[in-house]
Design a protein around this ligand. Structure first.
Ligand code: GAL
Length: 337
């Protein structure tokens, strides 16, 4: 090969690499793989939560990029109109230890609620010390979805221990916090009118579950969660109830138990109600405790209905947020379910 041709080929492959990493629209959700944001960097929104504001989705989560200042805890914010292409909106929280919790203090599983009456964005998160003995929620508030969020206070919801938290917004807009109360179980509680407090218990499900999430689908409530095995994956389970107050069924597997939920842990259920179909997405974390910046996500559309819930084997898929329809994709082409 002559030198001229060689340099041209090198230049061309460099351009191809750069354009594939930046700014190019993605169409496919690839469970378990690196998920590039608009800057080509892997999305850092672990243990996250998603809200929809005027056709824009906001994804908040634990920012665990390599090389962050270990004195702070960071929460990232991304936005998207299609749930596939995510624009990095910045770290909306950069917080130093707010309650004298000591080194290795913990801020995990941030969840943001938008209060229509006050106009405020209210972030809840799990606040703890390194041995996870404090077991409180923290609250930070912002006037905008993309921050900055200012720390307000911490407390134990309704006086109970609270470690992993989840958020649930019902079809009528009512906001609930799901929290893991180690001595007793899985609690679901309604937020106060301004969202600055946890006001009313709806249910105590006497099962030791974390990574809690809920969806309201075709008249039934489905709650999911994982067992208490820290960063290690386990078989996640679900229960159903006709109302948030119960009665809740026994918990059943959401995936073949031998796969430990395909190596992931639940964090949220997202309902996409489109013009033709409603798809519920299982949103989970594949944790990599010693290389947390490389922790991945499993997002899969659920098989759900009539009291049954199942996460199909993770494979690339695409979603149309307008119609609510989804399809498996292979090699860039769409194939039937
Ligand atoms: C998990 C929990 C994570 C994190 C981890 C620490 O069970 O879901 O959010 O707290 O334990 O070991």
């Amino acid at each position: 090969m002559n030198t001229f041709l060689k340099y041209h080929l090198i230049a061309l492959s460099f351009i191809a690499l750069v354009t594939s990493a930046f700014g190019q629209e993605q169409k496919i959700i690839r469970p378990g793989e690196i998920w590039p944001d608009d800057q080509g960097k892997h999305v850092q929104a672990h243990g996250g939560g998603i809200i929809l504001i005027n056709k824009t989705y906001y994804w908040y989560g634990e920012e665990r990029s390599k090389g962050l200042d270990t004195a702070y805890r960071y929460v990232s914010c991304y936005s998207s109109t299609d749930l596939v292409n995510w624009k990095f909106r910045g770290d909306v929280v950069k917080m130093s230890d707010p309650e004298n919790l000591g080194s290795k203090w913990v801020l995990e599983r941030p969840k943001v609620f938008h209060n229509k009456k006050t106009g405020k964005y209210v972030m809840y998160f799990h606040l703890d010390n390194k041995s996870y003995k404090v077991a409180r929620v923290g609250i930070a508030v912002s006037d905008k979805p993309d921050g900055q969020f200012t720390y307000v206070k911490s407390f134990r919801p309704l006086g109970h221990e609270s470690r992993d938290i989840g958020q649930f917004i019902d079809d009528d807009g009512t906001a609930y916090l799901v929290f893991e109360d180690r001595p007793f179980g899985f609690r679901i509680a309604k937020l106060s009118e301004d969202y600055m407090n946890v006001e009313k218990e709806m249910s105590l499900i006497k099962a030791h579950m974390e990574g809690g999430a809920i969806v309201h689908y075709n008249g039934l409530y489905y709650s999911i969660g994982s067992a208490l095995t820290g960063w290690k994956a386990n078989p996640n389970k679900y229960a159903t109830a006709p109302s948030l107050e119960g009665p809740w069924t026994e918990f059943k597997d959401i995936a073949p138990p031998g796969t430990n939920t395909y190596g992931s842990q639940s964090t949220m259920l997202i309902k996409v109600a489109g013009t033709k179909s409603t798809t519920v997405i299982f949103m989970a974390d594949i944790w990599k405790p010693s290389t947390q910046w490389d922790s991945r996500y499993i997002w899969m559309p659920l098989e759900i209905g009539e009291g049954k819930l199942w996460v199909p084997e993770p494979k690339p898929w695409s979603l149309n947020v307008e119609t609510g329809e989804w399809k498996y994709v292979q090699g860039g082409n769409t194939i039937n379910k």
